[in-house]
Design a protein around this ligand. Structure first.
Ligand code: NAP
Length: 344
């Protein structure tokens, strides 16, 4: 099998390389990025080609392509990959709300990837774990309304912002220590280090950012609840990897904590943390359990009067479960994966 990765040198591309080794260890790789270069990964040197070379008439095709590029490059290369015979899984926002393209969370609606499907959209990194937690509740109790507040890692913005964040954090905290000024007054109030910043890219007339709109619209499409009452507010927090979401759910039918615990404890690709305290359920814990959604802190909302209002917490490694792992699991519907944990 020939597998192509576009964006192989990026954060998500690197995770895809690791997972492809686990899922299809004998696959031939065709790697692309912005330009010709070499890439060191897991002790091997790979040749990476300029993605523009895919537009040459004599380019070889293959079976499976993962696209981990920004939106405009996905729009440029995905149609070409399909033309070359690849089944394509796109990580960007480009096709997610296209009614012709299935938007898939493995463990929720992976049956949308059929033998005839050539292009699949992989959802946003906060949508994937949220959908895994909501789907069992939807199926058993029905979903009334959902409210989400997210605390998202810097790596969600890509390799260059993550590197700058680490450098600026080291420099900023060193400066604080040298000056004996620990309040944060010496840090840049508009930057990520030591800060909480609104996720405010592409804020539209509604006042909500594109990240907030993605979480709402994508969840409705995946759960097949186009009118679901869902509202989200998203922030970036100074965490390298691991998106964390506090969730308020109003169910259509009453539940008790034992029932919810039983459902979430058995849900696919969910690692359930029992008890309301959420001990060990942190953003950085996701880096220890990279291929699962971490779900816990289930407790009755203080305003509840009838067993329908609940609070819970969802967290996931945004590069793995929130990106590469979901893409590989979707592809396992077409090409059986050697590693059982990567199969749907
Ligand atoms: N990071 C996350 O948590 C996350 C989660 C879910 C979805 N996503 C989505 O996944 C995609 C990739 O994200 P990422 O975090 O991996 O980004 P990244 O670390 O910034 O990597 C970007 C990749 O795009 C390549 N690239 C840049 N310009 C290009 C061009 N003109 N032609 C071809 N390739 C080009 C880069 O290659 P060079 O090295 O040659 O520049 C690099 O391989 C984005 O759509 C993002 O929204 C990211």
């Amino acid at each position: 099998m020939r597998i192509c990765i576009l964006g192989a040198t990026g954060l998500v591309g690197g995770e895809l390389l690791t997972l492809i080794d686990r899922a299809w260890p004998d696959a031939e790789l065709a790697l692309y990025a912005s330009r010709d270069q070499t890439l060191e990964h897991a002790g091997r040197t790979h040749q990476v080609y300029a993605a523009s070379s895919l537009e040459q008439a004599d380019t070889r095709g293959g079976e499976l392509a993962f696209v981990a590029l920004d939106d405009q490059y996905s729009a440029r290369y995905c149609p070409r990959l399909v033309e070359l015979g690849y089944r394509v899984i796109d990580k960007s926002n480009t096709y997610r709300m296209n009614p012709e393209v299935p938007l898939i969370v493995a463990g929720v609606n992976h049956r949308r990837a059929t033998a005839d499907t050539k292009l699949v959209a992989n959802p946003n990194c906060t949508t994937i774990p949220l959908s895994l937690a909501l789907e069992p509740l939807r199926a058993h109790y029905g979903l009334g309304e959902v409210t989400v507040s997210s605390y998202q890692a810097i790596s969600g913005a890509g390799l260059a912002p993550l590197t700058s964040f680490v450098d600026a954090t080291i420099a900023g905290f060193s400066q604080m220590q040298r000056a004996g000024e620990l309040s944060g007054a010496l840090l840049d109030a508009s930057a990520y280090p030591g800060n909480v910043v609104p996720h405010n890219g592409s804020t539209d007339d509604s006042g909500f950012s594109s990240e907030e709109r993605k979480l709402v619209n994508e969840s409705r499409k995946i759960l097949e609840l186009p009118k679901l009452g869902l509202s989200a507010q998203c922030c970036r927090v100074p965490v390298p990897v691991g998106h964390y979401e506090n969730v308020w759910v109003e169910l259509e039918r009453p539940a008790d904590a034992a029932g919810i615990t039983e459902l979430l404890g058995a849900a696919p690709f969910v690692r359930y943390f029992p008890g309301p305290e959420g001990t060990h359920l942190t953003a950085l814990a996701t880096v220890q359990h990279r291929d699962d959604a971490l779900v816990g802190r289930v407790r009755r909302d203080g305003r509840d009067t009838n067993g329908r209002r609940w609070c819970l917490t969802v967290a996931a490694d945004n590069l793995r479960l929130g990106a590469a792992t979901n893409a590989v699991r979707i592809a396992s519907a077409w090409f059986d994966a050697a590693d059982p944990s990567l199969r749907v």
